[in-house]
Design a protein around this ligand. Structure first.
Ligand SMILES: *Cc1c(COP(=O)(O)O)cnc(C)c1O
Length: 380
């Protein structure tokens, strides 16, 4: 129950262990086509350029910036946590002129602040931000932010590593231009792949670049010779064949459940978890309206040792929760309810074991009462 990698189901592990075949084998090409259409479903898009990049979530971030940024491009990067900071770093390395717009940790990106920043800098042509900030547990209003980007003739670049499969996300309807995710959060697949999707407008910019991308490995103009529609599927790099079996299975599981049902499940268990945590005397650090159900940032009670609690949970209860990151280091825990790990058994177990450890550490709390309130939240 950390911030990822989340639990991988037996079905996905079984798919992973199927015999490795050639990455140009006709039956593998069929699997690639299936993955593309399942990813289009997950992202809610008709974008032709919707593929998994052969490396973890961070490579999706680099794919966006390394392909979209050309010399002279000016990017507004919104920062409300660690992953926004990372976007600024990657955009800068890609050669962009970066304007950073910073927000308090635990707050969402404020659309009005974005509007004034864009008004002040009319030459900005890209807007980048994180949909679900895993370092703080905050959800930003991606629909509104993408509309703002459109009306200022900016391309939008969205980090959806933690949101895909866990929070509502509608790439076409919301007008997202470039988006990247990861397989190890709410998709509950193994780490190591990064689904990305690009709108026709983003693809046009990539195809009409004046110079080549600084990255050879992530250059979509080359990668599309392998993944593209009607492409002759020429070798670029060896596809991670078995990881793609796993992703295929994870996406099928998501489709079987249905996106809406998956999002509703995350909200249901999140609400029960919050009821139990609050009964243990633990404070949620993010206000209710912008909380991510899949990543719960909570304050560490006064006088309680962060590391001791986490190691006791891991050692005595076989339960992992996440440490605070960046400004929240030592001040917060991050309790994940991602994908396959988002279930009643985990919620109940987390409340019981965290309550027991807190009592051992001197923070007295009524575990039975907390479990009762957790159960009540399920009945509500
Ligand atoms: C996990 C995460 C990443 C990075 O993904 P990796 O697979 O670790 O490279 C990027 N952005 C957000 C919001 C994340 O939660």
């Amino acid at each position: 129950m950390g911030p990822g990698p989340s639990d991988v189901s037996e079905r996905v592990l079984k798919a992973l262990s199927q015999p490795t075949i050639g990455h140009l084998d006709p039956s593998f090409i069929t699997l690639m086509n299936d993955i593309k259409s399942l990813l289009q479903y997950a992202f809610q898009t008709k974008n032709e350029l919707t593929i998994p990049v052969s490396a973890p979530g961070s490579s999706g971030m680099e794919t966006c910036f390394m392909n979209l940024v050309e010399p002279g491009d000016k990017v507004l990067v919104c920062i409300n946590g660690v992953f926004g900071m990372r976007m600024r770093e990657v955009a800068t390395r890609a050669g962009a002129q970066v304007e950073a717009l910073e927000f308090e940790w635990g707050e969402a990106v404020d659309p009005n602040a974005v509007i004034s920043a864009l008004a002040k800098n009319p030459d900005i042509n890209m807007l980048a931000f994180v949909h679900a900030e895993t370092s703080t547990g905050v959800c930003s209003d991606t629909k509104t932010l993408c509309q703002i980007a459109r009306s200022h003739s900016c391309l939008s670049i969205v980090d959806a590593v933690t949101s895909l499969g866990g929070s509502e996300l509608k790439v076409d309807e919301w007008g997202v231009d470039a988006i990247y995710s990861g397989t190890q959060k709410c998709l509950s697949c193994i780490p190591g792949l990064s689904p990305v999707s690009f709108s026709p407008k983003a693809v046009e910019k990539i195809k009409n670049r004046q110079g080549k991308s600084f990255s050879w490995f992530l250059d979509l103009n080359l990668v599309m010779d392998y993944w593209g529609e009607g492409a002759k599927r020429t070798y670029h790099h060896t596809a991670p064949v078995n990881s793609l079996y796993a992703l295929h299975e994870a996406l099928r599981i998501l489709k079987e459940e249905g996106l809406e049902a998956a999002c509703a499940r995350h909200v249901l268990h999140h609400k029960a978890l919050v009821a139990g945590l609050e009964a243990l005397g633990i404070k949620m650090l993010v206000s209710e309206a912008i909380r991510l159900p899949q990543l719960n940032t909570v304050g560490i009670p006064d006088g309680i040792d962060d590391a001791e609690v986490r190691s006791s949970l891991l050692k005595d209860y076989d339960l992992e929760i996440g440490a605070g990151l960046g400004k929240f280091a030592g001040k917060a825990w991050r309790i994940g309810l991602m994908g396959n790990a988002c279930n009643k058994k985990n919620v109940t177990y987390c409340i019981a074991s965290l309550g027991a450890v807190l009592n051992q550490q001197g923070h007295s709390c009524d575990v039975e009462q907390a479990l009762k309130l957790t159960e009540q939240a399920y009945q509500a």
